[in-house]
Design a binder for this molecule. Structure first.
Ligand code: MN3
Length: 241
């Protein structure tokens, strides 16, 4: 699908907004994540075209990752919460009670939420943090390069499938850690707790078509497409809570 067709179908998705958690024909376009979250569990539009992050992330990977993997997590989450009180909850609330909600909600809810963060914290030409964000990273990790090294190591050493994160600890410190499968640090069952700021998907489906077994090359490429404006926005929101 080319960009124009994709944008058109994404727009049409917004015109057929369902209530009650029904699956959507196409992703809905939201201006901000806050707007997205206010709508409950809906499948969001990708914030850019499939080929927008080339050559670092190839269009085919982007299309399969978004339209197959992410959509499947969404659909399975919708089915898992259908007819329950969770239908009326925000996804963050669903995450916070992960231990009580069962594995289908934990895995598909995590997959649904984590990928929304991931799409939004990538973009082209935004890969430099503001001086304020850079200072915060330097204060936490000694230097920006040291931060990159820490996140890279976290991503490369996560055994099997999972995510590497920059996150804000409950005592408002910037930190890096990884999570297994589709877990994240909002979940009550996670040994690490905090607010996710920057998500890096290290499941093989995120890189195998282009990078095969070379996760390290994918992680290196990722730093070229980080949307630091989005990360900084989340950072400020998390600090203010
Ligand atoms: Mn993924």
């Amino acid at each position: 699908m080319d960009r124009r067709k994709f944008v058109k179908s994404a727009g049409m998705g917004a015109a057929v907004l369902f209530t009650g958690g029904q699956a959507l024909a196409a992703g809905i376009k939201f201006k901000t994540m806050e707007e997205q979250n206010s709508q409950g569990v809906v499948f969001p539009a990708l914030p850019y075209a499939y080929d927008a992050l080339e050559p670092y992330i190839d269009a085919r990977t982007m299309e399969i990752h978004y339209d197959k993997h992410h959509r499947t997590y969404f659909t399975n989450l919708v089915n898992a919460i259908k007819g329950t009180a969770l239908e009326k909850q925000k996804i963050e609330e669903i995450m916070k009670n992960a231990s009580a909600n069962g594995d289908a909600v934990r895995n598909n809810g995590g997959g649904y939420y984590n990928h929304i963060l991931f799409w939004n914290n990538m973009g082209k030409g935004l890969a430099t943090p503001s001086s304020e964000m850079a200072k915060a990273l330097e204060a936490a990790f000694a230097s920006f390069d040291k931060f990159k090294e820490t996140l890279s190591n976290s991503a490369k050493t996560r055994f099997g499938s999972g995510w590497a994160w920059l996150y804000l600890t409950p005592d408002k410190k910037l930190a890096v850690a990884s999570s297994p499968n589709q877990d994240n640090f909002l979940m009550d069952l996670s040994p690490v707790k905090g607010t996710p700021l920057l998500a890096l998907d290290v499941w093989e489906h995120a890189y195998y078509l282009k990078y095969q077994n070379k996760r390290a090359d994918y992680v290196e490429a990722f730093f070229n497409v980080v949307n630091w404006q989005e990360v900084e926005k989340r950072y400020k929101l998390a600090l203010a809570v």
